[in-house]
Design a protein around this ligand. Structure first.
Ligand SMILES: Nc1nc2c(ncn2[C@@H]2O[C@H](COP(=O)(O)OP(=O)(O)O)[C@@H](O)[C@H]2O)c(=O)[nH]1
Ligand SMILES: [Mg+2]
Length: 161
C-alpha cells in the first residue's frame, strides 16, 4: 500500500509503542511495589548534574537504605562506575541508539538485582531533556535535574559579566 503522506503510519506505530511501554511500566510498578522498592527516575540534559545528584544521594542515604541504581547510556558505563564506587549495586543499561530508557529495558535490568534486598532504586535516564518524558518506566517518582547558567541576567544587577 502506498501512502500519500507517510506520517499516518508513523503516528500509528508511535501510539502502539507508547501503549506497550505504558503497559510494561505498570508491570514494573506492580513488581516494585510488591517488593517495597521505591524507584526514582532521574531525567535531564547531559551535564545537568544527574550522576552527581545520585552519587550524593547514595552517599547520604546508604546508611539508612539498601540502594541500587540503573544507569541508562547510549554506550558508555562511566557514570555507572561513578555511582557504583559509593557501594550501590549498579546495572548499566546500554540503549544503543535510543535517546531514552524504556520500560522494557528497565524490566530486564530489574531481573539482575535482588529486589528483596533493595529499598531504593535510582534510575539515571539517558542525558536528554526531551526523549525520556514520554516513556514512563514504572518508577514511583520522576525527577528532572536542570542546570541554570551562572551569573545575573544583564538586565538585572550589575551586568558586569
Ligand atoms: N557547579 C556545579 N557543578 C556541578 C553540580 N552538579 C554537577 N556539577 C558538575 O557538572 C558536570 C556534569 O555533572 P554530571 O553529574 O556528570 O551530569 P549528568 O550528565 O547529568 O550526569 C560535572 O563536571 C559535575 O562535577 C553543581 O551542583 N554545581
Ligand atoms: Mg550522568
Amino acid at each position: 500500500m502506498k501512502a500519500e503522506e507517510g506520517e499516518i503510519f508513523d503516528i500509528e506505530l508511535s501510539e502502539d509503542l507508547l501503549k506497550e511501554n505504558q503497559r510494561l511500566a505498570e508491570e514494573n510498578r506492580s513488581l516494585l511495589r510488591r517488593y517495597g522498592v521505591k524507584a526514582i527516575d532521574v531525567m535531564g540534559a547531559t551535564g545537568s548534574g544527574k550522576t552527581s545528584l545520585i552519587e550524593k544521594m547514595v552517599q547520604m542515604l546508604k546508611g539508612k537504605y539498601r540502594i541500587a541504581a540503573f544507569k541508562g547510556d547510549l554506550t558508555t558505563t562511566i557514570d555507572a562506575e561513578l555511582i557504583g564506587r559509593h557501594g550501590a549495586k549498579v546495572v548499566a543499561i546500554n540503549t544503543g541508539k535510543e535517546c531514552h530508557l524504556d520500560a522494557n529495558l528497565v524490566r530486564k535490568a530489574l531481573e539482575k538485582i535482588d529486589l528483596k534486598n533493595i529499598d531504593l532504586l535510582f534510575i539515571e535516564n539517558v542525558g536528554n531533556l526531551i526523549c525520556p518524558a514520554e516513556f514512563p518506566l514504572g518508577s514511583e517518582k520522576r525527577i528532572v535535574v536542570i542546570s541554570v547558567t551562572e551569573g545575573p541576567h544583564p538586565s538585572h544587577g550589575s551586568g558586569h559579566q
